[in-house]
Design a protein around this ligand. Structure first.
Ligand SMILES: Nc1nc2c(ncn2[C@@H]2O[C@H](COP(=O)(O)OP(=O)(O)OP(=O)(O)O)[C@@H](O)[C@H]2O)c(=O)[nH]1
Length: 574
């Protein structure tokens, strides 16, 4: 005890060192000298009183001389104070050792406040529990929905003919009554797998992962005389949506043989560049021509427009003839194909906000001119958003927005269409495999349809006849105009004859110009700008028809398609 007290007795030189170290000014080199010189000193009354005062007023333990020596020898930047413990200390930011020199409030202000952001455990468990229950509820609802759709599908299948047969054009195969493939039809069939030629009907549509593999079926086909020529109209159903998609087929040779009622010709005769003569297979629906169920009669097949071989007015016998075989024919020349999306406003009431009516009209004209081609008409109104939303988009367009921005403002993509059904229809018609010449200006459409397994060997420009609204503003009310008064050319009359909508086939309006410009500038469509088109129309009005679709002046390869980066960017932002 005595020894300890002797050790803790404070000498005047200790006090001087302490003063030097804790004074307002940093310790000078003389302080170090002082410290070095500090040794056991004779005690004065002041020094004797100091511990007593400390005992009375200041209850902190006396200063350890070893600490003082260590602090002094470490140089002027270090005091006996310990470092202020923070994760990111300020340089030379030391904690105060004397409460008198820094207030407690200031100290608290300097210290970073560490707060837990975690909710109490009970609340966390409660939230987790609620989340789990919410997920289970959603899963239950989804299961119920799937079960409902499944029941609906089963009913729909039950309503169908018992066994849906598959293509037989190319040596084909059939389903038995129970829906399984007939055993005699090869190894694939024995394994319960349709042959490669049939698998095209079962391609998975990636965009709709929850749906069953896509199947299309042509329910009926009939002949329609149009101002451009006769075409076969096909109505398709499918298992992905409840819409009736359509296909218009121009096939002159088939039309001629059908009207003879004898099917004397079994293909479209063509003469190749080499002078070789050959027959291209008729464009026919495989699902329509296949046997739907055992015991179907020719009469039933005639009513739905299926192939019945040699027809006669009294054909009541059971179907006994195979459809024409394509197996022996040379590879087909690529037919002209248009994949057109429904536009009630443009096609039926002659809206001049878009060029859809003119495009449909032109597509009909071109496939009938070519004598062999297809227009697939998809019920994807308003680029897939439906008529209701398209009309809302029109109202936004009236406020000055273009067609892309209006769609985005309504929470849709710029283009919500898919082409799985179009691909399946083209495969069903037997034109996809050998390649098609696609009538379009839309590079995205080419990419998508190729993604569906349809080979596009050539892009043919969809060059519908429209004028420039700017030029025609002074004409009669801005309605269909341009060449009506001046153009007496064959081209004009040909188009005039093919008008499939109110208000003639050649149209123009400022809205249409804006629509076309947006398609060029924002959607990457390979179109002629409205101003250039006006000039072109004038030239064409003196130059007659653009001629055969096969020699279309704007035909070009599908390479070097422009990107749609800006639209993708805006879609992301929206
Ligand atoms: N959402 C929306 N859809 C429109 C508008 N105008 C036309 N459509 C739809 O657009 C579809 C036609 O698409 P377009 O972009 O004109 O042409 P495309 O089929 O992509 O390209 P092409 O093959 O070159 O004709 C149809 O379904 C029309 O109903 C519009 O202002 N807003």
């Amino acid at each position: 005890m005595l020894h300890a007290r002797a050790q803790h007795s404070v000498s005047p030189s200790d006090l001087s060192v302490l003063q030097a170290l804790t004074g307002d000014r940093p310790p000078s080199s003389s302080a170090a000298h002082l410290i070095a010189a500090a040794g056991p000193q004779p005690s004065t009354s002041a020094s004797r009183d100091a511990p007593r005062q400390a005992k009375r007023g200041d209850r902190r333990p006396p200063v350890d001389p070893l600490m003082i020596a260590a602090a002094a020898s470490a140089g002027p930047q270090v005091t006996r104070n310990h470092y202020f413990h923070t994760f990111f200390p300020q340089p030379l930011a030391y904690a105060p050792c004397d409460d008198e020199r820094t207030s407690a409030a200031a100290t608290m202000a300097q210290r970073p406040k560490m707060e837990s952001r975690q909710a109490p455990r009970t609340i966390r468990l409660q939230v987790e529990d609620e989340e789990r229950r919410r997920k289970e509820r959603l899963e239950r609802l989804r299961d119920e929905q799937v079960a409902k759709e499944h029941r609906h599908d089963e009913r729909a299948i039950a309503d169908r003919p018992q066994a849906v047969a598959m293509p037989t054009h190319d040596g084909g195969f059939e389903f038995r009554e129970d829906g399984r493939l007939d055993d005699k039809l090869g190894p694939d069939a024995r394994r319960g797998k349709p042959p490669a030629s049939a698998q095209v009907h079962h391609l998975k549509d990636d965009a709709l992962p929850d749906l069953p593999p896509l199947e299309v079926q042509c329910r009926v086909r009939t002949r329609i005389p149009t101002p451009h020529g006769h075409i076969f109209l096909h109505l398709y159903t499918n298992n992905h949506d409840n819409k009736e998609h359509l296909a218009f087929v121009a096939d002159h040779a088939q039309m001629a043989s059908t009207s003879l009622t004898t099917n004397a010709v079994e293909g479209t005769p063509v003469v190749a560049e080499t002078g070789e003569r050959r027959l291209l297979p008729f464009i026919r629906s495989r699902t329509l021509d296949s046997k739907w169920y055992d015991g179907e009669t020719d009469e039933e097949r005639i009513v739905r427009g299926a192939y019945v071989g040699r027809l006669s007015a009294t054909s009541h016998c059971r179907h006994a003839h195979a459809p024409p075989s394509a197996a022996s024919l040379a590879p087909t020349d690529p037919p002209l194909v248009r994949i057109h999306s429904e536009c009630f406003t443009g096609e039926t009431i002659g809206s001049q906000r878009c060029d859809c009516g003119e495009q449909l009209d032109e597509a009909f004209r071109l496939i009938t001119l070519a004598g062999r081609g297809v227009v697939v008409y998809l019920r994807q109104e308003g680029r897939g958003i439906g008529l209701l939303e398209k009309m809302r988009a029109y109202n936004l367009q009236d406020l000055g927005h273009d067609t892309v921005t209006a769609n985005l403002m309504l929470g849709h993509g710029a283009d919500m269409r898919t082409y799985g059904i179009a691909g399946a229809i083209l495969r069903d018609l037997g034109v996809a495999q050998s390649g098609v010449r696609l009538l379009t200006n839309n590079p995205d459409k080419i990419r998508q349809i190729e993604g569906e397994g349809v080979s596009v060997v050539e892009r043919v420009a969809m060059d519908a006849p429209y004028g420039s609204g700017e030029e025609d503003d002074d004409s009669d009310g801005g309605s269909s105009t341009s060449d009506a008064h001046t153009d007496s050319s064959v081209a004009y009359h040909l188009r005039r004859a093919g008008v499939g909508m109110i208000g003639a086939s050649t149209t123009s309006s400022p809205e249409l110009d804006k629509y076309l410009r947006t398609k060029i500038e924002r959607m990457g469509h390979m179109l002629t700008a409205p101003e250039q088109q006006a000039v072109r129309n004038r030239v064409m009005s003196g130059g007659g028809s653009s001629g055969s679709a096969g020699a279309h002046p704007l035909s070009e390869s599908t390479s070097a398609l422009p990107a749609r980066d800006d639209v993708a960017e805006e879609e992301k932002r929206a």
